[in-house]
Design a protein. Structure first.
Lengths: 114, 110
């Protein structure tokens, strides 16, 4: 069974530029999550999708971050414009069932904003 | 509200035991445990639910004290492969308010 795929793996941009990350969850998984992990800290939930719908986006900085899940499968997370403090690893995870269940994480995208 | 983890870091020799704790000031529905090795993604270890149900890897042992809102992860006869950062995640209500703790860094030395 293929795992969660993410791209790109690394991205370096200048502040005020925009960037997009892509995630392909495990086939059939209903729930998809995006996390931001700053070095030395635990992952911080940005947004949780269940199929097509948003379950929780309370910690998503909506003035600059946006996310969508296409047809309940792939997802993209966008930052526009980026700030220095957005430098982090962005992790995508999926789980097979509704609610908080075992999460399978992708390898992450390391973003550096200069 | 982020759970508290203790200790922040621990160093062991191979074969020694360790306990990692996770506590919350709020009532919890479930506690989740993950291990993350340096430069890698977190890997699922266990879920403990209110009421006693557990789901996870056979070699992992953990407990959830509902009265104290505290969970403990027991690592016995540690191996070099146990090294990494252990995160607990807490769910306050079913399907809601999930947040990871700051992590406990575990180093196992030969």
């Amino acid at each position: 069974e293929a795992g969660v795929a993410q791209s790109p793996r690394y991205k370096i941009i200048e502040k005020r530029q925009s960037v997009a990350f892509w995630c392909n969850p495990i086939s059939g998984h209903a729930t998809l999550y995006w996390y931001q992990q700053i070095l030395g800290q635990g992952p911080k939930l940005l947004i949780q999708f269940q199929n097509n719908g948003v379950v929780d986006d309370s910690q998503l900085p909506k003035d600059r971050f946006s996310a969508e899940r296409l047809k309940g499968v792939d997802s993209t997370l966008k930052i526009q414009p980026a700030k220095l403090e957005d430098s982090a690893v962005y992790l995508c995870a999926s789980s097979p069932r509704e609610g908080w269940d075992e999460q399978y994480f992708g390898p992450g995208t390391r973003l550096t904003v200069t | 509200q982020q759970p508290v983890q203790s200790p922040q870091a621990v160093i062991l020799r191979e074969g020694e035991d360790a306990v990692i704790n996770c506590s919350s000031s709020k009532a919890l529905y479930s506690v989740h445990w993950y291990r993350q090795k340096h430069g890698e993604a977190p890997v699922f270890l266990m879920i403990l639910l209110k009421g006693g149900e557990q789901k996870g890897h056979e070699k992992i042992s953990a407990s959830f004290n509902e009265k104290k809102q505290q969970s403990s992860l027991y690592l016995t006869a540690s191996q070099l492969s146990y090294s990494g950062t252990y995160f607990c995640g807490t769910e306050r209500d079913y399907g809601q308010n999930f947040v990871f703790g700051p992590g406990t860094r575990l180093s196992v030395l030969p």
